[in-house]
Design a protein around this ligand. Structure first.
Ligand code: 5CA
Length: 444
């Protein structure tokens, strides 16, 4: 993409409404525009990051054996009457009438809708286990939408729903979700800690939240420092192996880790003092096991081999996809702007032409652009007629991990410079016909 042809509405001034770094940087780098309180348009750069996160979430869910579907944003209130949650959900639920006077709502979550899908098609133990998931916009009329996409009213969420024959199998589904979530966060370059959680309006009695440590997080967290050393790494996960999954889950859930909602001072003080940590965290996901809460009230039953009919065991499992964009920025920035982890960066690299009206600089930049494109890289070419300072400050702001700097001095010496956005380290790359060294440097 040539920057002169792109749509990247960078703001020079700090927007006054932004209280935290990620919100400020998302507005300044032209990723989003607020349309009304807690509701945003996603501009090209923001949309690219959102879609990259979405793809990683989908890949890891499919790897865990979960099946993608897509449910609508608008739901009929009828199903919520059946589950008896229509009144419980209160003012957070946006309700309206259609032209026939039927009560409709913008879905804050999808337990009812998915239970209705399940009961319409599945009635035998032979079809279990099943986990259906989707990634769809949700609406919750939050009292205080704030911090940009972190606490929006409209937000993009992955929600998965597991259906199992009994509690043991439902806990296996829970464990699959916990591990696939940990894997997802690791791939995104984020450290998220599973913490024992309250269940709120979703219900049930067994739940974990996943928290990314950040000083601007909304939750107060308490944890054993031992948990910070745990990671899944590149190990292949056998999602069907329930005892294996259980032992991994045990490893991650044994060290003390709780938010203030479930914090237990007595238990916390049993940890050696030098390992007792507290701080703030951003909740980027939550998983719930709630048994037959919805299947019972909505009549989602299955036939067992012995002919008995029982309500199906369920759980629901969510990841805040749009919130993750903010969380990633909170975890990856410096005073100049965003520093995208490679996995979610909107472009693989950016070519900065230091002298746009120099014919040779432009020709070489285009050549590099074309070659990198052919090699499968997504490249931004800063071909604006701007000062070197203005180019560097806006390119640093948008956080592309690798900057390829093309300037007349370098070219006369037969070199290009590449700069790592993260540590500022510059490296000279010799100009060559096929740019192999450049290609290899970007691959790393
Ligand atoms: N049905 C369950 C699981 S699918 C559910 O709705 N869980 S939840 O309420 O915990 O939401 C899942 C995730 O969505 C949260 O962990 C959080 O990361 C994200 N989320 C929740 N509310 C908001 C919001 N107002 N703005 C942005 N993200 C949100």
């Amino acid at each position: 993409m040539y920057l002169s042809k792109y749509f990247l509405p960078i703001l020079k001034e700090n927007p006054s409404e932004a209280q935290i770094t990620s919100h400020r940087l998302m507005l300044r780098s032209g990723m989003i525009k607020q349309s009304s309180a807690g509701i945003y348009s996603w501009l090209p750069l923001g949309l690219k990051v959102l879609k990259k996160i979405e793809s990683i979430v989908i890949e890891e869910q499919i790897a865990a054996g979960h099946i993608p579907i897509l449910m609508p944003t608008i739901q009929s209130a009828e199903l919520w009457r059946e589950s008896k949650r229509l009144d419980d959900y209160g003012k957070e639920m946006l309700r309206f009438e259609d032209r026939h006077g039927r009560l409709m709502l913008y879905g804050p979550t999808n337990e009812e809708l998915v239970t209705d899908i399940f009961r319409s098609f599945i009635s035998s133990y032979k079809d279990l286990p099943k986990t259906l998931f989707h990634i769809q916009w949700k609406f919750r009329d939050e009292v205080r939408p704030r911090f940009g996409v972190m606490r929006g009213r409209e937000f993009f969420m992955k929600d998965g729903y597991s259906f199992d024959i009994d509690k043991k199998s439902a806990i296996h589904a829970y464990n699959r979700h916990m591990i696939s979530y940990l894997k997802t966060y690791e791939r995104l370059g984020l450290k998220a800690i599973p913490m024992k959680a309250d269940t709120g309006p979703i219900g049930g009695d067994y739940s974990h939240e996943f928290l990314v440590l950040a000083s601007t997080g909304e939750s107060q967290v308490f944890y054993d420092s031992n948990i910070s050393d745990l990671s899944l790494g590149d190990n292949h996960i056998e999602y069907d192996n329930s005892s294996n999954l259980k032992s991994i889950v045990n490893k991650f859930t044994t060290p003390y880790a709780r938010t203030d909602e479930t914090h237990d001072v007595t238990l916390f003080e049993k940890i050696p003092e030098n390992r007792r940590m507290s701080g703030r965290g951003i909740e980027v996901g939550q998983i719930f096991y709630f048994g037959t809460k919805y299947s019972e009230s909505m009549g989602a039953k299955i036939d067992l081999p012995n002919g008995k009919r029982i309500p199906v065991e369920m759980g629901s499992h969510g990841i805040g996809v749009s919130r993750l964009v903010g969380a990633l920025i909170e975890a990856n920035h410096d005073q100049h702007g965003i520093i995208w982890p490679k996995a979610v960066s909107p472009f693989d690299a950016v070519i900065i032409n230091l002298k746009q009206n120099d014919k040779k600089c432009h020709e070489i930049s285009i050549k590099i652009y074309d070659i990198l494109k052919v090699n499968g890289f997504d490249i931004l070419y800063d071909d604006r007629f701007e000062s070197v300072g203005a180019k560097f400050s806006s390119i640093d702001l948008i956080g592309i991990p690798i900057q390829i700097i093309v300037g007349p001095r370098g070219l006369s010496e037969g070199i290009l410079e590449i700069k790592s956005r993260k540590d500022g380290i510059r490296k000279n790359i010799p100009l060559s016909e096929n740019f192999l060294e450049l290609i290899n440097a970007i691959k790393i």
